[in-house]
Design a binder for this molecule. Structure first.
Ligand code: GLU
Length: 297
């Protein structure tokens, strides 16, 4: 049994990401679970980002069990899972560009935004022609249109499942497949992450069921937003740990305050942690400027 934090090493974490990491740690530790880290480095990787992310977590008092898993080292496991789905006849090659998908008329029986099924029923001869044009992506041949997951904060949540991509045309394993396979391999049965991923959970849980893997329990926690109500981003100002510390801000205290948890350290917050008392709305962050105290509400 484990909880996890699974950052993409695409740049520095901001205080909203750090708050999610702390929450994942609090959920795991308060329920007697192990806590593991996974670096999701299949896609964009910025030099030095992994190291600075791990430094940030340590600085907040977040500890983890066992070595950090890098997703790029798990290719064999991803291939096996994809092979299992291919063998079950649950996949098809897709030659559509993003643009073709956007421009295709949407099918009335599918959820909005779902893959319209263009390449689902190509003949082998048609596929051979298309393969000469571009390398195909591999998609799941979904036989359900929705799936229900249980989320500690959102209750039972039913969301769309479509013919999601398992492996991209450039050969990279898709996030949805990798996350499911690696969570199971790391014994993760509790997924705590930002609520922007709530709508991905049904797809992922469905994939887990097809692969014979257990369904994790989810907790999708509120995101940090800027003053305009948009997702917090680095261009909003001093929002990374280093930038905030340079301005004299105690980052852990800022996060704990937003969660109505006591300090002075993560261990004290853990003793007081009660998931049912968590704030349910987004955290609005107004980054401090030199000389002015931080504002978060
Ligand atoms: N790597 C993803 C991200 O940083 C998170 C994936 C997950 O928690 O499932 O957005």
């Amino acid at each position: 049994m484990a909880g996890r934090f699974a950052p993409s090493p695409s740049g520095d974490l901001h205080v909203g990401n750090l708050r999610t990491a702390l929450l994942a740690w609090l959920f795991a530790r308060s329920s007697g679970r192990r806590f593991v880290l996974r670096v999701e480095d299949l896609d964009r990787v910025a030099a030095g980002a992994e190291q600075s992310q791990l430094d940030d977590l340590r600085a907040l008092g977040i500890d983890w069990d066992g070595p950090v898993l890098r997703q790029s080292e798990c290719g064999g496991r991803h291939d096996l899972a994809i092979g299992q789905l291919v063998e079950q006849g649950r996949t098809f090659e897709c030659f559509c560009t993003r643009r073709e998908i956007l421009e295709a008329p949407s099918a009335p029986h599918l959820p909005p935004g779902a893959y319209p099924g263009t390449c689902r029923d190509l003949t082998e001869a048609e596929r051979a022609v298309r393969r000469a044009e571009r390398p195909p992506a591999l998609r799941l041949r979904a036989d359900v249109t929705e799936w229900t997951v249980h989320d500690v904060l959102h209750g039972d949540f039913t969301g769309a499942v479509d013919d999601l991509v398992l492996r991209r045309g450039d050969g990279v394993v898709a996030y949805n497949l990798a996350v499911v396979v690696d969570d199971a391999a790391q014994d993760v049965d509790q997924v705590v992450r930002g609520d922007d991923l709530l709508t991905s959970a049904p797809r992922q849980a469905h994939l887990a069921s097809l692969l014979g893997l257990p369904q994790p329990e989810y907790a999708h926690v509120p995101l940090a937003l800027n003053a305009d109500g948009r997702r917090l981003a680095k261009r909003d100002g001093a929002v990374t740990r280093i930038d905030l510390e340079t301005l004299g801000v105690d980052v852990l205290a800022m996060i704990l305050d937003s969660l109505h948890l006591p300090g002075p350290d993560a261990t004290a917050a853990l003793r007081a942690f009660d998931p049912s008392a968590l704030p349910r709305s987004a955290w609005i962050v107004i980054p401090p400027t030199r000389g002015a105290p931080p504002a978060g509400r």
